[in-house]
Each structure stands twice: as C-alpha cells, then as structure tokens.
Design a protein around this ligand. Structure first.
Ligand SMILES: Nc1ncnc2c1ncn2[C@@H]1O[C@H](COP(=O)(O)OP(=O)(O)OP(=O)(O)O)[C@@H](O)[C@H]1O
Length: 577
C-alpha cells in the first residue's frame, strides 16, 4: 500500500520549481533550484492534510475556486506559537501546485486522498453539532459558521447543526434521539455546554450497554462518539487543558483530522445515586463557596468569579470533614513528579495499555496494585479533586500541574485550615510557576476514588442535621425553590433514591462570612461549575471514559524561536525548527 502511494515529481509553486515527494506518511516539497544554499523542505504529515482540491482554491476568509487543468491545492495544518497560551495555534496552511500535465495532476490528487484515508482512520464523516447561542459573548453561531463550517466542508464532513433553545436540550437529544451514522458530537460553547454533552454521551452509552450509572462498582463503558469542543464560552477550561489554546480554528482542525485524546471522568455519587460527572474540578470549601457566591452576581459576567473569590477569601472559612481516598499505584506516577501531560504522554499511553489489553496473565505491574483506603480528618480550607491539570489562562500550570488527562487517576488536594496569608500564598502560587504543594498545610495524593463525609459530633453535627433536612427537600434555609440561570443542576435529579428533585432548586445566599454572626458549618461542592448542595459524596475515576477530538497540549517551545512553519533544513536538520 505504502509503495503504491509513493509519488515523486517536479511541480511548480508560483514561479518556483519544487521537487515534491509523497512518501507513505509525509508530503514534502523542496525548492529545486540548486544554487540556493538556504533551500528548505516543507514537510507535512499526511495525517495533517486537511483536504486536496482540484484547481486553485481558497477557503478562508471566502471560498473561491478557479478550475484549472494542471493545478491542485493542498490544505494542511500549519502551526504557530501563541505567546499567551501553553499550546500551539493551528492554522490552515495552503499550497497551490502546478503540474506539467493533467494526468500527473490527477495522479497526485488520487494518491494524496488515498494516503489521507489510510493514515487518518478516525476522521469524522458525519457530526452532530450543538451550538449554545448564549454562551460566552453570544458568538457561538458566528464562530461556527464563519470559522468552523468552511473547514468541515473542505474536509468533506457533513454536519447536522442544532442551535439550542434551552439548557439541557443537547443532553436530552443525546440521551433520546437516533444517533445512527454520527461519528462524533461537536460542542460550540463553554464548559457548561461541554458538561451537558458529556452527560448526554456517557448516559446514552451506558443506557445502550444496559449498565447502571448509579452503582459506583460498575465499570462504565467507553463512549464510542468522540466529542469536539469549539470554544465559545466564558470559561473554556476543558478546551485549554486538552488543546493548550482557546482558539476555534485550532479546535476545528483537531476535529477535522480526527485527533483522539482519551479523557478520564470522575463520577460523583450521593446516597444511592450518581449525581454528576466531572472532568476538571470537584471542589469543596473555597471553590464551592466561590461558585455559590458568584451565582448572586451573574450580572457581573465573568468578573463575578474574581469578585466572589475576594469575598470568600475575606470570609476566611474552613470546614470540618473526613476525607477517605483510595490511592493510585505510586510506582506509576505521582502528583509531585513534575512531569507534564503533554501530547503523546507516556504515562497515559501506559494506562491505555493497562485498560485495553488483558494484563491478567502478564504479571504486569499495572494489574497487581491494589491500595487500601486512607482516612484524613480535619478542618479544611478546601478539598479538591481533579482528573486533569485544570490549567487555564489565569493559571497556566493549573490546579495540579502534573495531573494526567488519561491515566485513570485523579489528584486529591487537601488544603488544611491555615491563616489567611498562608492560604493567599497557596492561591497566588497557582498563577506562577512556584510549587503550590510545597506548603506545610497542603497535601496532594494521586487517587482512584474519594469519599467525603462530615465530621460527627458536637455543634457541627447539629448544623449538619439541619442541612440534611434541607437537602431532603424540606423548607430549610439552605435550598429554596428558584431558578439558576445557565445551570444544569437538575442532572442531579436523575439519581434514584434521592428525595431532592433538583430541577428547580438552588442554593440560597449562602456566603455570609462578612456579615453573619455564625459561619455555616458546611460548604457545597463545585462540580465543574455546577453546585452540588450535598456535602457527603463518593467519587470514582473512570479511566478514559470519553474521547475528545484533541491530542493534548503540544509543547510550543520548539516554535517559540520565531519559525512559524513546519520546515526541514534540506542539508542537516530533520526535526521541525
Ligand atoms: N439555548 C440555551 N438557553 C439557555 N441556556 C443554555 C442554552 N443552551 C445551553 N445552555 C446552558 O448554558 C450553560 C452555559 O453555557 P456555556 O458553558 O456554553 O457558556 P458560558 O458562558 O461558559 O457559561 P457559564 O460561564 O455560565 O458556565 C450551560 O450549562 C448550558 O446547559
């Protein structure tokens, strides 16, 4: 197959003659002019060719086609560095070749298209696209139609587009409608919209497999539909942590070439039911309080999080509780090993091996580890569990810089009660490269499961009893009827055995540290930006439960020196400069 596709000939690009070669994996072209000592080879992996068109074709910003006999146009992924982000920006590269004859032109097109099919088996053909028209700056529709749709069309992808009219429409569609023929689901929106789609895709898969999501002992089935995220929200953390930049064109190109990034998912259980899935943060204490507080200031837009952060910080709360965790194998990795989960991460690759090959008779270290539950009691400023680094523009290394996207574990961060200055130091370190775990009141563990319960006894137990009443749907002060805009809180209502039908319940003004005489004894959980009003939860990490059209963060260091195209020096270099 490889040798059949190989092609080598002299082609013209503009007024320069090039020697073009299609090997099995790459398309390369080198200036043929012998006298030029600086001639360079442009090398494009076939897997990153977006499309091959007859004639002289332009796609962005507007499509134009000049149907000529001896020309063909190749579109491919071209990288450039982004000083503002961790990863690389992808752009649509375009080169127009002129052949000596039409026959040769047709041969080039045929071989290139076959090579692309051979080397990118996961490219989508049909996609279901959900656009949240109200996410972020309300530009979802515009972003999709002007930047994304032309790329899908170029790649021959047919898309069924649904502009949502209400919250949870995308989730309900995924749970109930016929999805035959779709290779993936594309989310045009922010983290809230992604979460909705995540719940739909996971729920549908388990439904079809006849698995009970409420039972934490069940091994959930990996979802066959890939998810693509086109960032168009006010928070796009999942996109940032899996691609490294928040850029619709980069994300669309990852979808087009069928990149595949598995992702661990944490299922959160309360009582007898599974209440939510999370990929980025399950946080109690500070992060829960900030979210609860920010709900009262939605009118401020994204600034509400900074404002609420300051208010909650000044209230200087801490909460008693018991955290139990099931450690992951310490021989495989640790949250303090200073590795980063970049594209092609070895730790995640080993985990893929572990998850999808039968290791029972191999004696492999992956199959033998089984840790014991560990229990930690105390007062905490915050308890956080994350399945990924949770890096974002404000915190480039994230909540847990060495967390992995797809190794089947989560990082549990326990920040014990401390003075406000100490806690400020902890928070501040998230915005720098300083180690936020190198503080005496912070501990971090790589885990497979976590349980949180309230400390018993005394005054706090009394408060908690009151809370339980409220959680059970009574007229407690903690939960009141009301609307929570843009939220999916009623997903929690799916849990069987729960008396709280949270479709229309919300958390009342909860943050009162600056004005109340008595601070509350319990906090709420922030689960990927949604409030979970029950403190006692059980979390389990499901390795690689979903797959994104992404490839992890590409290390941008190689491009930071100013070279903006993947080129090879013809004489000495073979690596992209
Ligand atoms: N048509 C719609 N009308 C109202 N809400 C919607 C609609 N479509 C989706 N939603 C909900 O809006 C919420 C927020 O959407 P999204 O994440 O795209 O934007 P965002 O600006 O990042 O939001 P936020 O910062 O409030 O999370 C999601 O939880 C989603 O369920």
């Amino acid at each position: 197959m490889e040798t059949d596709l190989r092609l080598e000939s002299s082609l013209w690009v503009g007024n320069k003659r090039y020697l073009a070669v299609l090997t099995g994996w790459h398309l390369k072209w080198t200036e043929a002019e012998k006298k030029n000592p600086d001639k360079q080879t442009v090398s494009v992996p076939v897997a990153e060719v977006v499309g091959v068109e007859e004639g002289r074709v332009e796609i962005l910003p507007h499509k134009s086609v000049e149907d000529t006999d001896r020309d063909f146009t190749v579109f491919y992924v071209k990288r450039s560095s982004s000083r503002a982000s961790a990863g690389l920006l992808w752009r649509l590269g375009r080169t127009q070749f002129t052949c000596p004859s039409r026959v040769l032109r047709d041969q080039w097109i045929k071989n290139l298209r076959t090579a692309v099919k051979t080397h990118s088996p996961l490219r989508p053909h049909r996609l279901l696209v959900f656009i949240n028209p109200f996410g972020g700056k309300k530009k979802g529709r515009q972003i999709y139609h002007s930047l994304v749709a032309p790329l899908f069309e170029l790649a021959g992808i047919s898309s069924h587009v649904i502009v949502t009219e209400r919250a949870n429409q995308a989730r309900d569609h995924l749970l109930k409608k016929d999805l035959t023929g779709f290779d993936g689901v594309v989310c045009v929106g922010g983290d809230g919209m992604f979460s909705e789609i995540l719940h739909g895709v996971i729920g549908r898969t388990q439904q079809e497999a006849g698995l009970c999501e409420n039972d934490p002992a069940v091994t959930l089935q990996q979802c066959p539909l890939h998810i693509g995220i086109i960032p168009a929200g006010s928070t796009d953390c999942v996109c940032y942590a899996t691609v490294g930049v928040i850029d619709p064109v980069t994300s669309a190109l990852h979808v087009v070439i069928g990149d595949s990034q598995p992702l661990d998912v944490c299922s959160v259980h309360h009582g007898l039911g599974q209440v939510r899935y999370s990929v980025s943060l399950v946080g109690y204490g500070f992060y829960g309080d900030v979210l609860a507080e920010s709900e009262h200031h939605r009118w401020m837009g994204p600034f509400r999080y900074d404002y609420s952060g300051a208010v909650v910080f000044l209230s200087n709360r801490s909460y008693r509780g018991t955290v139990q965790y099931l450690p992951a194998d310490p021989l495989l990795s640790s949250p303090r090993d200073k590795t980063r989960c970049l594209s092609g991460c070895g730790v995640c690759a080993k985990s893929t091996e572990r998850l999808f090959t039968n290791t029972s008779d191999s004696g492999s270290q992956y199959s033998t580890y089984s840790g014991e539950w560990v229990s930690v009691d105390g007062r905490f400023k915050c308890v956080s569990l994350t399945c990924m680094s949770s890096s974002c523009a404000k915190s480039p290394l994230g909540l847990s810089p060495s967390a992995h996207l797809a190794d089947g574990t989560g990082d549990l961060i326990l920040v014990r009660d401390t003075n406000p200055l100490g806690f400020l130091k902890y928070l501040y370190r998230h915005t720098t490269t300083q180690d936020q775990f190198d503080l005496p009141f912070v501990e971090v563990h790589r885990v497979k499961a976590v349980r949180f319960s309230l400390a018993d006894g005394g005054e706090e137990a009394e408060d908690n009893a009151g809370l339980s009443g409220a959680m059970d749907g009574e007229d407690g002060a903690y939960i009141k009827n009301g609307k929570r805009s843009g939220s999916q809180q009623h997903l929690a209502g799916r849990a069987k055995g729960q008396t709280m039908t949270s479709e229309d319940k919300t958390v009342t003004p909860f943050m009162c540290g600056l004005c109340c005489s008595k601070a509350p004894a319990v906090s709420v959980w922030n689960c990927d930006g949604e409030i979970l009003p029950f403190p006692e939860i059980f979390c389990k990490i499901h390795g690689q439960l979903v797959c994104l059209y992404a490839r992890g963060i590409e290390d941008g260091a190689s491009l930071r020196d100013g070279t903006e195209e993947r080129v090879e020096c013809n004489r000495t270099c073979t690596l992209p400069r």
